[in-house]
Ligand binder design. Structure first.
Ligand code: UTP
Length: 298
């Protein structure tokens, strides 16, 4: 019987150099889309998928993240005194049950695969999810919940996948799989990390949501640095296939924003702001005024 996925790993130990100087003192995951930090979107998505144990792989300079999930009794008392019940509810979405959240240090940024491996003792012998908070996905049904449902049918490992144009393959792990099928679950024959344009085995790129079996941790135990001198998670998942285990790509329904890049972060900000009823009118008026001016200046 396949086990339920109740644990999620959030690797947040990267340096976030693309957002310097902001990330010198503010963790990338605390940067906000409208009024919620990236990490809140990730936690909400995990909760919606039935996750009850949250494991953060952090590094030096990320204490703001730990504080974010702590209770805030003074703030709460003040909001209660002022009868601000709606804000109280918002505040409570940041609270975690005692014992539900754990922080582990990755002492040096040795890659995503290494960051996930740091959580091995807390994962034990269970399947687990991995969420990269800088991939934010807008979807009617949250992406990880879609994947958990699909995983209940397939078992094995599952990676979120989306189509990318050929000139973008060198920025992603790419699946060797038939991308043309109607089924959202696609069996994977192999994976290549960041292939050059024209050399990719398909147009299906892996993005930051995974459901992994504990075998992957064993593979990571002996993993050597791959592309870019880092321990790649994709390489460890590819090894699963070599060892005859099942790996599926899952073409999720929804729009993914790469909030690890400036352009992606700005696109997400605009899109999430427009989706807010209280901001939509004023913000879309502003955009329709400013866009023609920007175009004319080109
Ligand atoms: P990125 O490739 O976006 O790297 O990592 P980064 O350091 O966060 O950002 P840049 O490229 O310097 O701007 C993808 C995810 O993997 C985590 C990051 O925190 C991010 O969530 N990661 C990466 C680690 O936890 N440890 C690592 O050694 C590398």
């Amino acid at each position: 019987m396949k086990r339920k996925v109740t644990k999620a790993v959030f690797p947040v130990a990267g340096l976030g150099t693309r957002f310097l100087p902001a990330t010198k003192s503010v963790p990338k995951e605390i940067m906000t889309l409208v009024d919620r930090p990236l990490i809140q979107y990730a936690i909400d998505e995990a909760r919606a998928a039935g996750i009850t144990e949250f494991i953060f792989v952090t590094s030096r300079g990320k204490s703001a993240l730990e504080d974010y999930f702590d209770n805030a009794p003074e703030l709460e008392a003040e909001l209660r005194r002022k009868n601000k019940t709606e804000l109280m509810d918002t505040l409570k979405t940041t609270y975690m049950d005692s014992g539900a959240i754990a922080y582990i240090r990755q002492h040096r940024p040795m890659g995503l695969g290494h960051a996930v491996w740091c959580a091995r003792r807390l994962i034990g012998n269970e399947p687990f999810a991995v969420i990269l908070p800088d991939d934010v996905i807008a979807a009617d049904k949250p992406c990880l919940a879609q994947m958990v449902e699909a995983y209940e049918e397939t078992g094995g490992c599952m990676v979120a996948a989306m189509r990318v144009p050929d000139e973008m393959t060198s920025s992603y792990g790419i699946l060797d799989a038939d991308s043309g099928t109607v089924d959202r679950k696609v069996q994977v024959r192999g994976m290549v990390e960041k292939p050059a344009s024209g050399e990719a085995p398909s147009d299906l790129a892996v993005i930051g949501r995974y459901i992994l079996t504990p075998d992957v941790m064993n593979t990571l135990d002996s993993a050597k640095a791959g592309a870019g001198g880092e321990v790649q998670l994709t390489d460890a998942i590819a090894e699963e296939i070599v060892n005859g285990r099942l790996v599926h790509g899952f073409r999720f329904e929804g729009e993914r924003f790469d909030c690890g890049s400036k352009a992606g972060f700005l696109q997400a900000t605009v899109s999430f702001a427009l989706a807010r009823p209280e901001l939509n009118e004023e913000f879309s008026r502003f955009l329709s005024d400013i866009v023609p001016v920007a175009r004319a200046a080109e």
